[in-house]
Design a protein around this ligand. Structure first.
Ligand SMILES: [Zn+2]
Ligand SMILES: [Zn+2]
Ligand SMILES: [Zn+2]
Ligand SMILES: [Zn+2]
Ligand SMILES: [Zn+2]
Ligand SMILES: [Zn+2]
Length: 292
């Protein structure tokens, strides 16, 4: 991208110069990169009905993403497939806008999926939800704890310690309200004696630490139980759904040993990914937030 005139943008995704314009005045077409509605100033080619958010013109040409740490991903303005669409390896849906792609592995993700936050909060759950790249269940699916529907073997948001799973879209929906327990219940009065106050705080802190440790131990025990229960529930749910849909396909049986290896690999991979995720998250977010 090159800027000769401050009001004209040249972007590799379009053969003509794009002109800065205010979305409210002109355009009803959605952004060709992210398919979302126009907002703020847009970079547009009017004769072609082609328009991009300013932030979408500023996406980096290459990123590394924790979902595919072995290769860098390249920004594609149009999918290189006949028919002009791709299947997103993140959300599983068809895509037509900008994508990040590993040409070596034919790995494609929506630009918007690649820029999903690696963790977020949702009012339906008290803990942070982390983006994970496949459900950790043998069934390769999950049931969403927000909309109660089945989710497929794709990216999801998840609180691992509570086995709370959610579709990406569900976790991102109506996500601007703070969760109730994060709100201040009441503000404590200013202490007369600062030292006493500090001492009390220390005592409380120690007590809380101990409670926390006890809770953690209990949690660890329950966690294993819950995981098994949830997997069973999910299996039942999926069976019901399969019966309803009367699918002919039989789920393939894996030998027990393979599942253990899978779990181990998953754990190792997860550890690695979390390290990379922090770095990449920052990089991606600088790029995303840099523009608008
Ligand atoms: Zn856009
Ligand atoms: Zn044009
Ligand atoms: Zn996607
Ligand atoms: Zn690759
Ligand atoms: Zn859902
Ligand atoms: Zn939780």
């Amino acid at each position: 991208m090159e800027r000769l005139d401050p009001n004209v943008v040249y972007h590799f995704s379009h053969p003509h110069p794009l002109y800065l314009s205010n979305s409210q005045s002109l355009y009803t077409t959605s952004c060709s990169a992210c398919n979302l509605q126009p907002h703020g100033w847009m970079c547009s080619c009017e004769p072609c009905s082609f328009t991009l958010h300013i932030s979408c013109t500023q996406m980096p040409n290459f990123i590394t993403h924790p979902s595919h740490p072995i290769h860098p991903l390249t920004l594609f303005a149009a999918p290189p497939y006949p028919g002009g669409s791709f299947k997103c390896d993140g959300c599983g849906l068809q895509g037509t806008g900008f994508s990040y792609r590993c040409t070596t592995c034919d790995f494609d993700v929506h630009m918007t999926c690649a820029t999903n936050p690696l963790s977020l909060a949702h009012q339906s759950h008290p803990h942070q939800l982390n983006l994970v790249y496949y459900p950790p269940y043998q069934t390769k699916g999950f049931s969403c704890d927000i909309c109660r529907r089945i989710g497929s073997n794709h990216w999801l948001y998840r609180c691992g310690s509570c086995e709370f799973d959610a579709h990406m879209e569900c976790a991102k929906s109506a996500n601007n309200r703070p969760s109730p327990h994060l709100q201040h219940s009441n503000s404590s009065p200013a202490p007369n004696n600062v030292n006493l106050h500090q001492y009390q705080q220390q005592q409380e802190k120690q007590e809380k630490e101990q409670q926390k440790q006890r809770r953690q131990q209990q949690k660890e025990q329950k966690k294993q139980q819950r995981h098994q229960q949830k997997e069973q529930r999910h299996q039942q749910k999926e069976q019901r759904q399969q019966q309803q849909e009367q699918q002919d396909q039989q789920p393939s049986e894996r030998p027990h040993g393979a599942d253990n290896i899978g779990t181990l690999m998953h754990k190792m991979f997860q550890g690695f990914v979390e390290g990379v995720a922090r770095q990449v998250g920052e990089t991606v977010w600088r790029c995303v937030c840099g523009g608008d």
